[in-house]
Design a protein around this ligand. Sequence first.
Ligand SMILES: *Cc1c(COP(=O)(O)O)cnc(C)c1O
Length: 358
Amino acid sequence: MNKLYFTVGPTQLYPTISEHMKQGLREDIYSISHRSGKFMEIFKNAVQGVRKIFDVPDDYSIYFTSSATEAMERVVENTVEERCINFVNGTFSKRFFTIAGKSGKKAEKIEAANGEGFEQDQIDRTLNSECICIVQNETSTGAEFPLSDIYKIKSNNPKSLVAVDMVSSVPYIKPDFSKIDIALFSVQKGMGLPAGLGVLIVSPGSLEKARFMEERGIITSGYHDFLTMEKYFQKNQTYETPNVLGIYLLGKVCEDMLAEGIEKIRHETEVKADMVYDYFDKSTRFKPYIRNKKIRSKTTIVIDVSGKSAEITSKLAGEGMVVSRGYGANKENHIRIANFPAHTVDDVKRLLAEFENI
Ligand SMILES: *Cc1c(COP(=O)(O)O)cnc(C)c1O
């Protein structure tokens, strides 16, 4: 029997993936040219699916990259001449910051301790920055960045672009695109796809900034600068030979989620998150790591297991269930439980029931 993956990414595949992969083989999807009409249809379907699930305005472009990490790099390279600011409170937000520095930008950070949210005065600050980079769901700690705070940052800094990493909260999270400029994610977490595809959603203003920089010879990106991606996006193509399998599956899974009811999926995410938090709030041995309920992630739930992560993961594995251990220094002390659309209410019940035997 296959295992049940509650890992935070890669994770349990969305249940329809296997059938779509086989259908792709039957239709020769993986052999066709990325300049063919058939591919353009696949591309269009994926773009349309993403647009519908996240209510992306028609004038925002949607580009495909190899990963979310690549998308972070493309964002700073294409929107920042000199200065950007990164909100940092964990490993992935730190990665975004590090990439900005390595791309030769003057990157500054506004910091909170790992697992903590940001103070009101950090949110309310006026920032002198071309691009403000935010990780909406910090997968390393299970702390989320409330969308309302992100919108406040944008309204306090209307001239800055605001770029949001929403990798581990999609498709649950749906930002208001009139209040942010860029969003990025990869597909191996909440979308339940195999890894190897990033999605980068870009406002007309961000593209304008890239054009302005391009004209002055500032952009350092190689083949994946925004203007090249835009040119091919307009033709329903990509510059390079892309991850056709990933793009095909993304379009199909978006269709499936829309047919299932995306708002129903979002509601179920909350129901399942409440089940997990309730259980561990009541537990006498293991506690949710994030104490502040306002910033508790709904999709990547971190539990403090005081040094027992190896024992717990091995017991769960014996029952055919896989959870993630803590990130980095917290490897022993935390376990991380994903709560994505591929995880059913019954799956979550089964997982929690097993904790009774631990
Ligand atoms: C996993 C993750 C990433 C990196 O995604 P890749 O597809 O591996 O590049 C970035 N940000 C967050 C919040 C993540 O959870």
